[in-house]
Design a binder for this molecule. Structure first.
Ligand code: BDP
Length: 332
């Protein structure tokens, strides 16, 4: 090798080494996040804001790329992708997490919470913390439970007729989230519960595969379901928190500092999302009403009819959660 070759080769190697070195020093990590809802929806916005905080705190080393609007499939698919590390964050309802970690199903029981403030008190307190830990510790989950989010109360809507009481639900095909507790709940209320992904629901309603579904006002509005199912009855039979989970495969490779930072911003996101939620519920309800949807409400005496009707669901699933349910009820 003459001196010129040495310089060229050696120089290239050195330049290569320093390139790799500087790229390593600034290695950027982009975490993928997914949600079934579009940009601007409270859960999506809370995670986007969390990403900005992570970016600022790490001088751009860590950021979040959001895949909204079911771009990565329904919630079942999102859970699976987070489990294998193809996705870092999945913002999902506790509904589809129940079949993965059975203890979470206590939050999926009909009328388990007195009202939405009660649910929020529970998730903000020791029970909420314990349940996140249970999710993290469950060998079946392969996920880290980061924080809770508010999803208000779920109520029935359909394209056929106004639901003024139990009798009106008879024979209606109502889409429920994929969890046997929900199908049994709808059947106990007199309808025909049909499990189906959120991603298939709009078409199913449009083509008459189902007559309706049940959800909170922001989902009913944002998914444009109110355009095809114009009768909305505030049954509030399910008050299910949302949950933000993180891939354990990614977590296992992270430094203690990054884990602590992630936990901190997630805790803040839980509170920030709630404020966004309260505002969105109001604008969604305004839009729904403006479009001519008939929104029916119930007195507590009328609601009791629905509560009594779901007793078979409690008989079937409730026993194993008795101690936890007592603790939930004791939260004032
Ligand atoms: C919405 C939840 C979303 C669920 C959806 C559903 O925000 O996580 O996927 O309900 O009904 O309220 O599937």
């Amino acid at each position: 090798m003459d001196r010129r070759d040495f310089l060229v080769n050696g120089g290239a190697t050195l330049a290569g080494a320093s390139l790799v070195g500087s790229a390593w020093a600034q290695a950027k990590t982009v975490w993928k996040a997914s949600d079934v809802h579009p940009l601007g929806y409270p859960t999506v916005e809370a995670v986007v804001r969390m990403g900005k905080k992570l970016e600022t705190a790490t001088q751009g080393r860590i950021s979040i790329q959001m895949f909204p609007s079911m771009q990565l499939g329904g919630e079942k698919e999102m859970i699976e992708q987070a489990q294998v590390g193809a996705l870092q964050f999945a913002r999902i309802s506790v509904g589809p997490m129940g079949p993965v970690v059975d203890e979470l199903n206590v939050f999926n029981m009909p009328f388990v919470f007195r009202d939405v403030p009660h649910m929020n008190k529970v998730i903000d307190g020791p029970i909420g913390k314990e349940m996140l830990q249970k999710l993290t510790d469950a060998p079946t989950s392969r996920l880290i439970g980061l924080c809770w989010m508010d999803a208000g109360a779920r109520s029935v809507y359909n394209s056929k007729k106004p639901i003024r009481g139990l009798a009106d639900l008879k024979g209606l095909k109502i889409r429920m989230m994929g969890n046997p507790i929900f199908v049994d709940t709808m059947n106990a209320l007199g309808g025909n519960g049909i499990a189906m992904g959120f991603d298939q629901l709009y078409n199913a309603m449009q083509t008459g595969v189902v007559d309706g579904a049940e959800n909170n006002p922001p989902s009913y509005e944002s998914g444009k379901h109110f355009q095809v199912a114009k009768h909305y009855s505030l049954t509030e039979h399910l008050i299910i928190p949302e949950i933000l989970v993180f891939s354990k495969a990614t977590w296992d490779r992270m430094s203690a500092e990054d884990r602590a930072l992630l936990m901190k911003v997630a805790g803040e996101a839980q509170q920030e999302q709630r404020a966004l939620w309260v505002a969105r519920e109001k604008t969604s309800m305004d839009e729904i009403k403006k479009s001519g949807v008939e929104v029916l409400t119930f007195s507590s005496a009328q609601k009791k009819e629905f509560q009594d009707a779901v007793k078979p669901v409690w008989d079937k699933y409730g026993a194993k959660y008795t101690a936890l349910v007592q603790r939930i009820q004791a939260v004032q």
